[in-house]
Design a protein around this ligand. Structure first.
Ligand SMILES: O=C[C@H](O)[C@H](O)COP(=O)(O)O
Ligand SMILES: C=C(OP(=O)(O)O)C(=O)O
Length: 455
């Protein structure tokens, strides 16, 4: 079937609401259905958060990632919180994000495509419906767009009004991202400034300072020979947004037909991914995503069935376009050598064009004796190293990394240069869901990955 016939076929069998006929996992139990209807109608009338043209640029950028000409850095909070929608928190994150991308592109010698888990990462799939806190049982926290983290029964109800608040907080976050990335602060002339703020005394930031100093003298040289550094390449960056496509009613309300192409785009983010817990073949989540023109991601954990992966790839990337679908493997350090070679072989045998991304966070979580969720920095690095090694052996492209991190000085992952131990976890554990890398660990990881890219 030709490409336009294929598109017509999809448009005939799909609509932004066709997912309602399919089985759905992780469904919220909204406490007031009339309120839900009203909220969704308000969201449907609100402006798009991102534009189809930007989303198409990301698709092109991801194509270059899939072909090995660029590297993807996709990162951000496990779960964004409404209270953290403020300047200092967002700045902290963006600074670390830019520092990491400078390290990766300078040492790794590749353009870095930057996608945040930001401006909409407000809903979480959970393993259990309830949790035990202080001897009582409560509905589990499912992300700020669904309920509150506060352990109070009334606040744990699934409140549709939170989706509207999530929309406005995403808009405010995106506004700052746009100002930051296009308004001068992301300029290469500022790179020494980015580490001044909170973490300048960490040894790893000294290493960053050297990279920044070398870059600044290269820029000075360019100026000396009278080449122009007052252009967008030196002064602006493209920062894209992404989140898990979990709350289908919200995503449906944010899906609009692009006036230039007549094609449907989910305008809540540039890229959306389907999570490990909702990617069953014929699930409502796969049905919703298959009709969109956004670039998509699919998480793959070690419990996958290979025939389901094949079927989902065909559904999510029917035109087999490079850049459209990223396979975000989160197999865990103990499993990656067992499963990734098989996944690569099947993708190759089927001539599927996909972007390979390593999520070294979600397969490496464990609970400590005191009940805290943790991840070991060394496991995270080792899974990334194996990801590169397996791709090298298979002659395929390790396209990028997908990370949970924050620009704050948290103590949630064990290890790293500051040698955080299990005993330190309580010092500053602020994640409302899974443990994140802190700023120092993130920069250290970027140096590690840049060496893998180089070699
Ligand atoms: O981020 C991923 C999941 O939402 C998270 O790991 C689920 O955590 P849980 O197993 O504590 O529910
Ligand atoms: C829920 C997530 O991951 P996964 O679906 O891989 O468990 C996530 O990345 O937030």
């Amino acid at each position: 079937m030709g490409k336009s016939a294929l598109r017509r076929e999809i448009l005939n069998s799909w609509s932004k609401s066709s997912w309602h006929k399919y089985p759905r996992k992780q469904e919220p139990e909204w406490y007031d259905k009339a309120l839900l209807k009203d909220i969704l109608s308000q969201i449907s009338d609100l402006p798009a958060l991102v534009f189809a043209g930007e989303t198409r640029s990301l698709m092109n950028d991801l194509e270059t990632v899939g072909l090995g000409k660029a590297f993807l850095l996709q990162c951000g909070n496990c779960s964004e919180n409404f209270v953290d929608c403020n300047g200092p928190k967002i700045h902290n994150f963006l600074r670390v994000f830019l520092q990491m991308s400078i390290i990766l592109s300078y040492i790794g010698n590749k353009k870095v495509v930057k996608i945040g888990r930001i401006a909409g990462q407000y809903a979480k799939p959970r393993s259990n419906e309830t949790e035990h806190i202080n001897g009582g049982e409560l509905p589990v926290y499912k992300g700020d767009m669904v309920n509150s983290f506060e352990p109070v029964l009334e606040k744990r109800k699934h409140d549709p009004a939170r989706m509207l608040e999530g929309y406005f907080r995403s808009a405010a976050t995106l506004n700052l991202i746009r100002a930051f990335s296009k308004g001068g602060y992301a300029s290469l002339h500022q790179i020494l400034d980015w580490q001044k703020h909170y973490f300048s005394d960490y040894p790893i930031m000294k290493k960053y300072e050297q990279v920044a100093a070398e870059l600044i003298s290269a820029i000075d040289f360019i100026k000396t020979i009278k080449l122009d550094t007052n252009n967008t390449s030196f002064n602006e960056v493209d920062l894209y947004t992404s989140h898990e496509s979990l709350l289908l009613e919200y995503e449906e309300a944010m899906t609009r037909v692009d006036t230039t192409t007549g094609l449907p785009y989910d305008t809540s983010a540039h890229m959306l991914w389907v999570g490990e817990r909702t990617r069953q073949v014929d699930s409502a989540h796969i049905e919703f995503l298959r009709g969109l023109n956004n670039p998509l991601g699919m998480k793959i954990g070690p419990q996958y069935k290979i025939e389901n992966i094949v079927e989902n790839i065909k559904k999510l990337n029917p035109e087999n376009r490079m850049g459209k679908l990223s396979l975000i493997v989160r197999l865990g350090v103990v499993n990656i050598e067992k499963f990734l070679p098989e996944l690569i072989r099947v993708v190759k045998d089927n001539y599927f064009n996909v972007v390979w991304i390593c999520d070294p966070m979600h397969g490496n979580a464990y609970t400590t004796g005191t009940g805290k969720k943790a991840r070991k920095f060394d496991d995270i690095l080792e899974e990334i190293r194996l990801f590169f090694q397996i791709h090298e052996r298979a002659n395929t492209i390790p396209g990028g990394v997908h990370l949970e991190l924050t620009g704050d000085n948290v103590t949630e992952c064990i290890g790293g240069k500051s040698n955080i131990t299990e005993y330190d976890l309580d010092n500053n554990y602020t994640s409302t869901c899974d443990p994140r890398l802190n700023a120092e660990q993130s920069v250290e990881l970027a140096f590690f990955v840049s060496q893998l890219m180089k070699s």
